[in-house]
Design a protein around this ligand. Structure first.
Ligand code: PMV
Length: 326
């Protein structure tokens, strides 16, 4: 009645911002991401008849009310599927800071979904697991799988799921994450998705994403970095334009965010194959071919305001582990 799972964060190349159904987390548009190896969450779930409530520990602390409720609600979904009534103990650790736009909810809910469903002996198909993870956090659907992953928007719980476009070893890319801020963001993505529809730009963005999905699949298939990079940069900027023009407006960038974006564009003119993207936070992900990653990381460290650089590669999907945290 106990299981442990590990899952990697993922960086979206075509992003998810805004739901058509908030309760079911059915997104306005499909998205495509790369699952990462270095940024992981490990979660142990144990169901125990002696407990009188769910005990949840995230990164060594009991989460505040809202975060506790989000995890407990997800456990309820999985308990319901298994006809289980016992309370659970959840201990989860990420090897990177959460709430700063590094996708801790993606790796966290992917690991929680796999650990809790395995602890209860549920034998779910891969596709069902991705849909189930999606109910905890949309981007968690993508972290269930490794390598390049597409989340199909769908219009019902069952047909909003993720599948693998290409395995991790398909293409040796490196995501150099320029960390420029590690303080938790004031508005998290769950609330942000609700604001997307208030931006006059969201309709245009969703229309453009629909056109960009197939060219992005093709860029991945053909390992065409200039095509992937230009689609990815435009998509990130369009998502941030929606954020900035929503009501209330969300603004995640800092001067260092802009400094990194400007530098990456300059380096590209000088011949370095580097492209950026940014999630709901100030940190900048710079995608480069593996052979240029040390050079890119060194250059990023030289930019004022960059606190550290994490070099992550394409990683596997969520998997079980024997090293339990409790
Ligand atoms: O899964 P959520 O609710 O944390 O949303 C993720 C939103 C972005 O990271 C900004 C974009 C994405 O597709 O990952």
């Amino acid at each position: 009645m106990k299981a442990t799972a590990i899952a990697g964060a993922n960086i979206a190349l075509i992003k998810y911002w805004g739901n058509r159904d908030d309760a079911l987390r059915l997104p306005m548009n499909g998205s495509i991401a790369l699952t990462l190896d270095r940024l992981t969450t490990t979660t142990t779930v144990a169901f125990d008849g002696d407990l009188e409530r769910d005990l949840i520990q995230l990164d060594a602390v009991e989460p505040h009310h809202e975060a506790h409720a989000r995890v407990a609600t997800h456990l309820d979904r999985i308990r319901r599927l298994a006809g289980e009534e016992r309370w659970g103990r959840v201990v989860s650790r990420s090897n990177f800071p959460s709430g700063v736009g590094l996708a801790a909810s993606a790796s966290g809910f992917a690991a929680l979904t796999l650990a809790a469903s395995s602890a209860l002996g549920l034998e779910l198909e891969e596709r069902e697991l991705t849909s189930l993870a999606r109910l905890g956090s949309g981007s968690a659907a993508r972290s269930m799988l490794g390598g390049f992953v597409e989340w199909v928007a769908g219009s019902s719980h069952e047909d909003s799921y993720a599948y693998q476009l290409a395995p991790p070893d398909h293409w040796a890319l490196c995501d150099c994450v320029a960390v420029v801020g590690e303080t938790p963001k004031p508005v998290g993505s769950a609330d942000g998705h609700r604001l997307a529809a208030t931006s006059p730009l969201q309709v245009a963005r969703v229309r453009q994403v629909e056109l960009d999905i197939e060219p992005m699949r093709q860029a991945i298939r053909e390992r065409d970095l200039p095509q992937l990079g230009s689609l990815m940069e435009r998509d990130a900027l369009s998502m941030h334009a929606v954020m900035m023009t929503s009501d209330p407006s969300l603004f995640y960038w800092t001067p260092a965010t802009v400094a990194v974006m400007t530098a990456v564009r300059r380096w590209r003119m000088e011949g370095l194959g580097a492209w950026f993207t940014i999630d709901a936070g100030p940190n900048v992900h710079v995608l480069v071919p593996e052979e240029e990653s040390d050079e890119a990381a060194a250059r990023l460290r030289g930019i004022e305001g960059v606190q550290r650089v994490i070099q992550a590669r394409s990683g596997p999907g969520a998997r079980l582990s024997d090293e339990h945290l409790v």
